[in-house]
Design a protein around this ligand. Structure first.
Ligand code: GLN
Length: 233
């Protein structure tokens, strides 16, 4: 089979815990919006891959250092990253939100003075928080995964966090004891993209984009998103 010889089995990294985009179902199988998009595109475009779940920071670095071929992890397309990655067609519009624990008295960013803010290493939410850290006078602490980070805020070790608005909202909807402070107004809008190392894996990127255009057009993409976030998302 000529195709089998020509098409490599790609190594794709993802964030081990990033519902509703990437997470394990009851049978420990990876699922979520990202994973269903990737799986559907791979099947239709005829490529195979091995999924490597890890921390978000490791997932992106594995690709930028050439140890893996692609990353899909609710990864925001940013100008900084465009220097290192080539991104596929933007596939989901997100934005940055901030949250405190449910019973918190914190009402505005100014209330964060002297408090500790929990950030996820290597994320755009962390970058944003650092950009306003001086202005609001908070301290920061870092985590590699979202669940441990949320728990730190719920336990009161940290008083707030910054991260992707739809992801924090999904966690809250599913029982995480946090309160989103800017539900209606994302701090910074931005798109998620599938990433490869800049200048590398052009075939994979082209296949992803061709497959993505197809699932957008035939309604499969909308069905996937609606399955996790409801039809209005
Ligand atoms: N969207 C954010 C970023 O790209 C966070 C991604 C994540 O934590 N998986 O930095």
């Amino acid at each position: 089979n000529i195709n089998a010889a020509q098409t490599p089995n790609y190594i794709i990294t993802t964030d081990a815990t990033y519902p509703p985009f990437d997470f394990q179902d009851k049978n420990n199988q990876y699922t979520g919006i990202d994973q269903e998009i990737l799986k559907t595109i791979a099947k239709r475009q005829g490529f195979t891959y091995t999924l490597k779940p890890m921390s978000f920071n490791a997932a992106t670095q594995s690709v930028s250092s050439g140890q893996a071929d692609g990353v899909i992890a609710g990864m925001s397309i940013t100008d900084e990253r465009k220097a290192v990655f080539d991104f596929g067609t933007p596939y989901y519009r997100s934005g940055i939100g901030w949250a405190v624990k449910k019973e918190s008295n914190i009402k505005s960013l100014s209330d964060l003075k002297g408090q500790t803010v929990a950030l996820k290493t290597g994320t755009s939410g962390a970058d944003y928080a650092l950009s306003v850290q001086k202005k609001y006078g908070f301290k920061v602490t870092y985590f590699n995964d979202s669940d441990t980070l949320y728990n730190d805020v719920i336990n009161g070790n940290a008083q707030a966090t910054f991260g992707d608005l739809p992801v924090i909202q999904y966690a809250v909807k599913n029982g995480t004891q946090l309160k989103v402070m800017n539900s209606k107004s994302p701090i910074q809008a931005g798109w998620y993209g599938f990433g490869v190392q800049k200048g590398k894996n052009t075939q994979l990127l082209a296949d992803f984009n061709r497959g993505f255009a197809e699932i957008k057009k035939d309604g499969t993409y909308d069905k996937i998103v609606a399955k996790y976030l409801g039809a209005s998302a």
